[in-house]
Write a protein that binds this ligand. Structure first.
Ligand SMILES: NCCCN[C@H]1CC[C@H](N)CC1
Length: 293
């Protein structure tokens, strides 16, 4: 370890590490689930780290939060009821709140410390919690979804950490089955789906499970996040049987939404209609695995 630098070393990306220069540690704690740390970096703003893995940085979180939210919500005509699994930092809530058609947002985060840290002024992403449509549930997303009545939601966003630690079961078949049950016909789910450079085996398993469970459309999209392993992150976009969903051609364009609502946070920095459609273009080595399944 180089003094003054934070390096992300994990069995999920063996033999490689990404480092950020640390100016000051702002918070360090150990919750019932994981180690929680926030530090001021020299060039990426504030950084949230869970169990030694970067969850978001002020400088590039816009790419992930905007894409994981608007890829699903801009693909259906009138999202009203949205569920966020994970996402305790509040960034996804800020993005969901841009959609004026949304009437109710449930968020289920397992680790109260992540929520508390996000409410400190350490991370100014918490603007999302202030929205009156938001109801926070602190608990296990798997149990929450099992208890959700059938067809409760238009959209579910699974903003999870990696499948090592508390988020492990959010990558397994029973969880996807409970998501499908909680979605209305033609409802959509978007999950954090790792890196095509590093995790094709994980992605392959997710695709196989999703094709069995979601009888609408099943697509993989990806984007660039410099501080995530290999600099990219993917998303699994699935819809349940019912009204057709064409994820690649957003029918509910954000520009219109942008004008409708006084969005509570900064305006969109990353997402737009072109990058929405482009996100589904895959390199051949990934296409071969994902589209063949
Ligand atoms: N809500 C913060 C984003 C969490 N997303 C993941 C964090 C860990 C990364 N290796 C992959 C994305």
């Amino acid at each position: 370890v180089i003094p003054g630098w934070f390096s992300e070393i994990s069995p999920m990306w063996p033999g490689e590490a990404h480092s950020l220069k640390v100016e000051k540690i702002l918070f360090q704690g150990k919750s019932d689930y994981q180690d929680v740390m926030v530090f001021q970096s020299a060039t990426y703003g504030k950084v949230l780290v869970l169990d030694g893995v970067i969850q978001l940085t002020e400088r590039d979180e816009c790419a992930y939060q905007e894409m994981i939210t608007h890829l699903p919500l801009c693909s259906i005509p009138n999202p009203k009821k949205v569920l966020v699994i994970g996402g305790g930092d509040g960034g996804v809530l800020r993005e969901v709140a841009r959609h004026s058609s949304v009437e109710h947002i449930d968020i289920c985060e397992i680790d109260k410390m992540v929520v508390d840290v996000s409410h400190l002024d350490l991370l100014n992403f918490t603007v999302g919690y202030e929205d009156p449509r938001v109801t926070l549930h602190v608990g296990d997303g798997v149990a929450f979804l099992k208890a959700a009545p059938e067809g409760s939601y238009d959209a579910v966003i699974v903003d999870s950490s990696d499948p090592i630690g508390p988020a492990q079961e959010l990558f397994e078949k029973p969880f996807f089955e409970s998501v499908a049950k909680a979605l209305r016909p033609g409802g959509v789910v978007c999950t954090q789906a790792e890196s095509i450079w590093l995790h094709m085996h994980i992605i392959e398993d997710i695709v196989v499970n999703c094709r069995q469970i979601f009888k609408g459309s099943v697509n993989y999209a990806w984007t660039t996040v410099p501080t995530y392993p290999s600099g990219v992150i993917g998303f699994m976009l699935c819809s349940t049987e019912g009204p057709e969903v064409d994820f690649k051609n957003p029918i509910n364009p954000i520009d219109a939404i942008e004008n409708q609502t006084k969005s509570i946070g900064p305006s969109l920095k990353f997402y737009n209609q072109e990058i929405h459609s482009a996100a589904f273009c895959l390199p051949s080595f990934a296409k071969k695995v994902i589209e063949a399944k």
